[in-house]
Design a protein around this ligand. Sequence first.
Ligand code: CO
Length: 210
Amino acid sequence: MRVLKKLFDSNKQWAEQIKRADPEFFAKLSKQQNPEYLWIGCSDSRVPATEIVGMMPGEIFVHRNIANVVVHTDLNCLSVIQYAVDELKIKHIIVCGHYDCGGVKAAMDNREHGLIDNWLRNIKDVYRIHQEEIEAAATREEQINRLCELNVVEQVFNICHTTIVQNAWKSGQPLAVHGWIYSIEDGILKDLNVCIANRDEISRIHRMKW
Ligand code: CO
């Protein structure tokens, strides 16, 4: 109970398997990380960032929280974004939501869920902004999935509104923010065709003066 042997056994096998394919893999990786991507996704155990795009350790910088939300007072998420953009010079930020997200579903019902209700308020805000469009969907399932998509788009813009991203654009650093959604049912990613790569694409209210 106190020692999770299975996990340590499996870790040993995994490390050996990687070393068989590339004996220098860990030696190279230990010197530096040089990822091109920052992934902001849901904490859901079924949506692991690196695996679903077939990448290796070292290729994606990752931040995950319930329902992939980017809040401008969340020091944790903002610190990840700042480090990824300013220090690692990543080129792409990907917000990846997923259909049938438990956080989104919980934000849509009117039950009390405890402390997490404070976090879910951020998703309720997205619901309020797009209430008409969401409730126009025929079934509850479609309504949930539409909010899952709209939540991703909203978070893409929340990222673009940060001074971190706007300052990167100001200095000419190439940086694009993408919105994707993943289906747990078939393991397939879908591009929501929102990709913001310069300040002209964000609202005047949030655009900083240069
Ligand atoms: Co989720």
